[in-house]
Design a protein around this ligand. Structure first.
Ligand SMILES: Nc1ncnc2c1ncn2[C@@H]1O[C@H](COP(=O)(O)OP(=O)(O)OP(=O)(O)O)[C@@H](O)[C@H]1O
Length: 298
């Protein structure tokens, strides 16, 4: 059941949003091994209502493993995983969705040639009438999609336009609004700004803030400390499967965050290597690697 009484299976009942700062999801000394590979260990993380928890880390740091545990794709092999203070062990992503935990992945799982409203309800279509005369309730789907997008502050000229014609940022925003509509109270965003330009990234960051304003607990996975710092309330930096930094916004600066991401020693090595290359202006190399190179190349 979803909250508009449409009987959509597998969608969490939202109820009243939890008060701000309520812990929704908690990992305590959690870890995951794939056979002999210890991808994650000793990780403490709290996702709170009305707050954005940023998870940063370089390639292979364990970010995907962490979100796969929370979203029910993988089971943790060490420590505890709690939802609303109760230990859980999800078998499938459906179990996570039933608890209101929704992940929005980079590839978004949309059908590019289908209209926006149709993608909004993909897999959870509204119907009217009884079998064998049951059919899609197109007017209600269009009206609901329009209303929900507007509630998130997303105004599209035409919901009939194929989702493939939207910009990457707009598509992310539609996916966020969709997850919120279907009862998400914990929203996991897997590098939503990774493939976007500056302006589009700004649009997505705005809707991350909008989700927080609606009381959701947001987990924002990113390589980019600048994007994290613009909206984050808490920062967890992973390195080689373990937490290198866990800090509240008031306890860390953007420079410190960037430094943790870059790794001071690695930056020094890189600067040394660059100094051997003709034509590189070393004075222009900023303090952090995250500044120096586009996402995904550091
Ligand atoms: N299915 C798997 N089997 C074995 N090892 C895995 C598996 N998935 C991940 N790993 C290993 O676990 C470690 C963490 O990987 P993970 O994908 O969680 O990192 P990440 O921070 O998401 O990296 P990226 O930003 O590149 O996606 C890596 O060493 C990776 O090789």
């Amino acid at each position: 059941m979803n909250h508009d009484g449409t009987g959509i299976p597998g969608v969490a009942l939202p109820g009243a949003p939890a008060p701000k700062d309520t812990p929704l999801v908690e990992l305590r000394r959690a870890g995951k091994s794939y056979g002999n590979v210890r991808a994650l260990y000793g990780v403490d993380l709290v996702v709170r209502a009305g707050r954005v928890t940023c998870v940063l880390g370089d390639n292979g740091a364990g970010k995907s493993t962490l979100i796969k545990i929370i979203s029910g794709l993988h089971r943790h092999t060490e420590g505890d995983f709690l939802v609303d203070g109760r230990p859980v062990r999800f078998g499938t992503p459906r179990d996570a969705l039933d608890q209101g935990i929704a992940a929005v992945y980079q590839d978004l799982a949309t059908v590019p040639l289908m209209p926006v409203w149709r993608n909004f309800f993909l897999g959870s279509e509204l119907t009217r009438g009884r079998r064998p005369l049951r059919r899609l309730d197109i007017p209600r789907m269009k009206e609901t999609a329009d209303r929900e997008l507007r509630r998130m502050g997303i105004v599209l000229d035409d919901l009939e336009q194929p989702v493939g014609t939207l910009s990457g940022g707009q598509r992310q925003c539609v996916a966020i609004a969709r997850a919120v509509h279907f009862g998400a109270r914990v929203l996991i965003l897997d590098e939503p700004t990774a493939a976007l330009g500056v302006k589009q990234s700004g649009v997505v960051l705005k809707y991350i803030a909008a989700a927080r304003e609606r009381g959701l607990g947001v987990v924002f996975i990113t390589h980019n400390p600048h994007h994290a710092y613009m909206v984050g309330d808490h920062f967890s930096v992973l390195r080689l499967g373990t937490l290198e930094l866990s800090a509240e916004r008031c306890d860390t600066t953007l420079d410190q965050l960037t430094d943790h991401m870059a790794g001071g020693a690695e930056l020094a090595t890189l600067k040394h290597e660059l100094s051997q290359v003709h034509g590189v202006d070393l004075d222009a190399v900023p303090e952090g690697l995250g500044d120096t190179f586009p996402e995904g190349t550091t």
